[in-house]
Design a protein around this ligand. Structure first.
Ligand SMILES: Nc1ncnc2c1ncn2[C@@H]1O[C@H](COP(=O)(O)OP(=O)(O)O)[C@@H](O)[C@H]1O
Ligand SMILES: O=P(O)(O)OC[C@H]1O[C@](O)(COP(=O)(O)O)[C@@H](O)[C@@H]1O
Length: 316
């Protein structure tokens, strides 16, 4: 392979830039050219190419977001749009593609494989919801950002004896909520893998004489109806605080930059050695090759977290 494309897709996440950097630096060592594709699959359809060099990616390991831009591309879901990609890539001399993104982006990479384009994926999502990897890029940074927010809200809650529901991101995954709940010692954590009943939350909150913090994973749905019911039942004010997109931005945590660079270099080696239809994951700080079919499976919470620590936190 002489020329490899790289793109970022779906929700941006801290660590994506480090992955781009790792791939470009590994490529230069092997005399391979890396062409950045701007704005995810939309940019691929629109032929938005940007040649990358080690001088261009210098220092980006420390930047949040993605220098290439990203998209959620509705057009790319349609086979008639995807059909033009093989010709585009061959006319540009691109022999394969590194796709950095989450579950949907890896499905997109699988669709490109079906069209005969070799691809290697890198797990870039704050949700930590991909199979075969300990971490996805951005998860640790997002959890840390949410922890900082919850600690500030805890100051307020303790001072004014308030009850706060804090909604964190994660789609259908409770990873961010679980890490934030344990790291902050929250009073209750609600995750989609084991959703609590209204009565369980009521029981816990009604015992709280002063303040209470409930970490609410977005995959559990809208907390507003429950908060409204609790307001009436307990005759207390209940605040809902959504951290939202603040969780996705910011300087990557050291682990996300480290893993990003590692996975980027590993992805380049893998695709240039002719192996593809694979996501680069990480196990015990080593890059591992994970078949796409495994990567797109949900990533269950470790049993000790879900079955032991979650009930411990929620029932104390
Ligand atoms: N089944 C699919 N086939 C082809 N492309 C897909 C598929 N699912 C998702 N994609 C593409 O991947 C993009 C990113 O997916 P999305 O789910 O939004 O984010 P993420 O990759 O972060 O999970 C989508 O906008 C779409 O263009
Ligand atoms: O930025 P948007 O389009 O509102 O999407 C929000 C979603 O994106 C995420 O932040 C990241 O999800 P993906 O990595 O799967 O794109 C989710 O946690 C959240 O549900």
């Amino acid at each position: 392979m002489k020329r490899i494309g790289i793109l970022t897709s779906g929700g941006d996440s801290p660590g994506m830039n480090a992955a781009i950097c790792g791939a470009v630096i590994a490529a230069e060592q092997r005399n391979i050219e890396v062409i950045g594709v701007r704005n995810g699959f939309d940019g691929l359809l629109e032929e938005q190419f940007l040649p990358l060099s080690s001088s261009r990616v210098r220092g980006i390991n420390s930047l949040g977001g993605t220098i290439l831009g990203t998209s959620r591309s509705d057009r790319f879901l349609l086979p008639e749009w995807r059909r033009r990609v093989p010709d585009t890539l061959s006319s540009t001399g691109i022999d394969g593609l590194i796709v950095i993104g989450g579950n949907g982006s890896l499905r997109g990479a699988m669709a490109l494989e079906e069209a005969g384009i070799p691809t290697v994926g890198i797990p870039g999502t704050i949700d930590n919801d991909l199979g075969g990897t300990d971490f996805t890029l951005g998860f640790i940074t997002a959890a840390e950002t949410a922890v900082k927010a919850v600690r500030r809200l805890t100051d307020v809650a303790l001072s004014e004896r308030g009850i706060f529901f804090v909604e964190v991101m994660g789609r259908n995954s409770g990873y961010i909520a679980m890490f934030v709940g344990l790291a902050t010692g929250a009073d209750f954590v609600n995750i989609p893998e084991a959703p609590a009943t209204s009565e369980e939350i009521y029981t816990k909150i009604s015992q709280a004489e002063g303040s209470a913090i409930v970490i609410w994973a977005e995959g559990c749905g809208d907390p507003s109806p429950l908060a409204e019911w609790l307001r009436e039942e307990l005759n207390r004010d209940i605040e809902i605080s959504r951290i939202g997109h603040l969780q996705r931005g910011g300087t990557p945590a050291t682990l996300d930059s480290f893993l990003g660079f590692t996975m980027g270099a590993a992805a380049l080696y893998t695709i240039s050695e002719g192996r593809h239809s694979i996501m680069i994951g990480t196990r015990n700080l080593q890059p591992v090759e994970v078949p796409y079919e495994v990567a797109i499976e949900p990533n269950p919470l470790p049993p000790y977290l879900q079955s032991m620590l979650l009930p411990l936190l929620n029932s104390r």
